[in-house]
Design a protein around this ligand. Sequence first.
Ligand code: PMV
Length: 313
Amino acid sequence: MKSSAPGKIILFGEHAVVYGCPALAVPVTQVQAEVEVLHSSQPGIRVHSPAINLNLDLSELPEDNPVAYLIHKFFSSQHCSSSSIVQYFNGVDIHIRSTIPVSAGLGSGAAVSVALLRALSHYLNISLSNEEINELAYETEKLHHGTPSGIDNTVITYAMPVYFVKGHPIETFEVAKPFTIVIADTGIIAPTRDSVRDVNHLWLQDPARINRIFAEISKISSEGRRLIESGQTDALGELMNQNHACLQTLTVSCPELDHLVQQACRAGASGAKLSGSGRGGNMIALVSAENAHQVASALLTAGAKHVIVTVVK
Ligand code: PMV
């Protein structure tokens, strides 16, 4: 049984989303996590993930390994204790493959979780709703990030554009007119946990000032949704620039991200911003279908390690 899940990118609202502000995220199907559960003639539950050099039995993985943690959570959601898993699930190989760069703001951890849950439930003929998948994937996100908003697991589970407000029912939104973005990776690995913690320190020091920035980001996300739903996507570039400036004030940009943002605009993008937790990882730029490749190659020349051109629809 093979299951897959896409990557994701945040268009607007990162960081503020942790404090209950809205954010917009969309799936990125050019990158995928794929999990295959196969019957094996060998006893045990073997987990293979060549990308991270993992080839161990489930019983050898530490409890806080995200794959082991999720498998245990999955079975306990089915009222099966950790000690009795091998009674129901034995002689299996779990193969995990992913083309989603790790710690780059593309949701690699959440995509592996969602694909793994789908593969396990197919193999065992257990039906899991998207709601259950989303909830279990969120539990594992907590291991990766500490206090995640839940946006990654949500957009990846539903694989649709999502207007996300923490703790609120899921709202998807329509893209009235498809638009193109270029995603460029600084190649810098920056843990989400650290930038989220630093924003929290800023907030604790001066809540009134940081709340004003969050309020501005909220307006940007809501306006972004309105523009996307009404097909006025040309105006999204200016909103990206404004959102990037807010994120700079929150200290989550870095010289490499600022450089890529500037170079994208110089090459003809109508706006750009960092995307995700920042300090590294990815940025996005709004482009026309005609200048997408020009902007993508300018970003590579400016030092980006990978670029993805994707149409949001
Ligand atoms: O992990 P990333 O890079 O996709 O960023 C997560 C977005 C944050 O808003 C910074 C954190 C969160 O949990 O929403």
